[in-house]
Ligand binder design. Structure first.
Ligand SMILES: [Mg+2]
Length: 363
C-alpha cells in the first residue's frame, strides 16, 4: 500500500535561553553568555550563546569548566518562567499553521504540515514563513529541517545552525543519508558511536551495508530503527501532546539529605498525599514521576508507566523506590523531592478493563 508522502518540519530555536537573554538585555549582545549554574557552583551549562560556543563551551558542561575556558563570559541564572512564556509564543506560531505540533522541549517541535491551515503547498515555504514570523514577532532565530519524515527533518534542522534551513526531499534523501556521519543518526549516542567507529563504520553508506541481524548485535533493538533510517524510512507520526492533567506533591527539605533511607521516608509521605488527592478525585494514574533536585539546583526526573492504573500509596511508593534506583546521586546532597502522578483516568473508565482498581476504591 502506497502511503502519501508527508511534509514534516522540525524547528529548533537557536541557543534558546541565551538568545532570549541577549534579546532582552542589549548589553549582552555579541558577548559569550552562559545560562546555567554559577561558575563556582556544581551546576552545569544549560545553554550558551554562539559567542560562548566559540570557546568550546557547550550544554551540560560543568559551569566551572566553562569558566576556565572563558572567564569573561557572563553567567546568568536560568529564568524558566520567562523561557516558558516565550516557548508558548513560539508554539502558538506553529499551531497557527497546523494542529499536528509535537513539542520535544521548550524550544523544538515537529510539525506535520501535509495539510496545513495556511493553505500552502510547499513545506519549504512554510518553514521560511515560520522562521520569518519568529524573527519579526519574537526577535529570535530558529533553524528548520524540512523532509518527509521525523528523522530527516531533525537531522536537517541541526545541520546548518544557527538560522539554518535544510530541505531534504525524497529524491535527495539517500545521498544525504549516505554522507551522514554515524553519530548523527537517531539513537546513536557517544557509546554507540564509538562502537561503530571501532568497527570502521563512519557514515550512513557504511551503515547501510549491515544487515538487521548485524545491527541488532551491535546496538540491540535500536539497530532495527537504524536499519530503516539508513534507508530513509521513519514512519513515526507527529503526535500532538494532549494537555495532560497530573497530580503532584513536592517538598523542599528543611536541610539537605544525603541518606537514601531519609529520602525514601519523605517520598513515602509524598506518595500518601498524592494517593489521597487521586482518591478524592476518583482518579487513578498510569505514570509515576520522581523529581529530585540536588543542592546545586540541578534537577532530574525519572518516570515509569504501568499498564494498570494505580491509586493507592503503597503501589506508588513501590514504583518510586524503583525510580530512586535509577538516580545517580554520586554523593550529592538533595534539597527537594517530588512525586507526580500523570496519565490519569477516571475510575469509571476503568470498570471495563481494570476492575481491580475499582475494587481498591471500595476499601
Ligand atoms: Mg535549540
Amino acid at each position: 500500500m502506497d502511503e502519501p508522502i508527508r511534509k514534516i518540519i522540525h524547528i529548533d530555536m537557536d541557543a534558546f535561553y541565551a538568545s532570549v537573554e541577549q534579546r532582552d538585555n542589549p548589553s549582552l549582545r555579541g558577548k559569550p553568555v552562559i545560562v546555567g549554574g554559577a561558575p563556582n557552583s556544581r551546576g552545569v551549562v544549560a545553554t550558551c550563546s554562539y559567542e560562548a560556543r566559540a570557546y568550546g563551551i557547550h550544554s551540560a558542561m560543568p559551569s566551572s569548566a566553562a569558566y576556565k575556558r572563558c572567564p569573561h563570559a557572563v553567567f546568568i541564572k536560568p529564568d524558566m518562567e520567562k523561557y516558558k512564556r516565550v516557548s508558548r509564543q513560539v508554539m502558538a506560531i506553529f499551531r497557527s499553521c497546523t494542529d499536528l505540533v509535537e513539542p520535544l522541549s521548550l524550544d523544538e517541535a515537529y510539525l506535520d504540515v501535509t495539510n496545513n491551515k495556511w493553505g500552502m503547498t510547499y513545506a519549504t515555504e512554510i518553514a521560511k514563513e515560520i522562521k520569518r514570523r519568529i524573527a519579526s514577532e519574537l526577535q529570535l532565530t530558529a533553524s528548520a529541517g524540512v523532509s518527509y519524515n521525523k528523522f530527516l527533518a531533525k537531522v536537517g534542522s541541526g545541520y546548518r545552525k544557527p538560522n539554518g534551513l535544510v530541505v531534504i526531499p525524497p529524491s535527495r534523501a539517500q545521498q544525504f543519508i549516505d554522507r551522514l556521519p554515524i553519530g548523527k543518526f537517531f539513537g546513536v549516542g557517544e557509546v554507540t558511536e564509538k562502537k561503530f567507529l571501532s568497527l570502521g563504520i563512519e557514515t550512513g553508506r557504511q551503515l547501510r551495508e549491515l544487515s538487521r541481524e548485524e545491527l541488532v548485535q551491535i546496538c540491540g533493538k535500536k539497530g532495527l530503527t537504524l536499519y530503516e533510517n539508513a534507508r530513509g524510512i521513519d514512519r513515526r507520526p507527529v503526535v500532538p501532546n494532549r494537555p495532560r492533567k497530573s497530580v503532584g506533591k513536592e517538598t523542599t527539605l528543611a536541610s539537605d539529605l544525603y541518606a537514601i533511607e531519609d529520602m525514601l521516608s519523605v517520598i513515602e509521605s509524598l506518595c500518601e498525599k498524592v494517593s489521597r488527592t487521586l482518591t478524592a478525585n476518583d482518579r487513578a494514574a498510569q505514570t509515576i514521576t520522581l523529581k529530585v533536585k540536588f543542592s546545586d539546583f540541578q534537577q532530574i526526573t525519572r518516570s515509569m508507566t504501568v499498564e494498570e492504573p494505580i491509586q493507592e500509596a503503597e503501589a506508588m511508593y513501590a514504583i518510586a523506590r524503583e525510580l530512586m534506583d535509577k538516580v545517580q546521586f554520586e554523593g550529592r546532597p538533595v534539597r527537594l523531592l517530588g512525586v507526580y502522578a500523570s496519565k490519569l483516568r477516571h475510575i469509571d473508565e476503568l470498570t471495563k478493563d481494570a476492575p481491580q482498581v475499582v475494587q481498591l476504591t471500595l476499601f
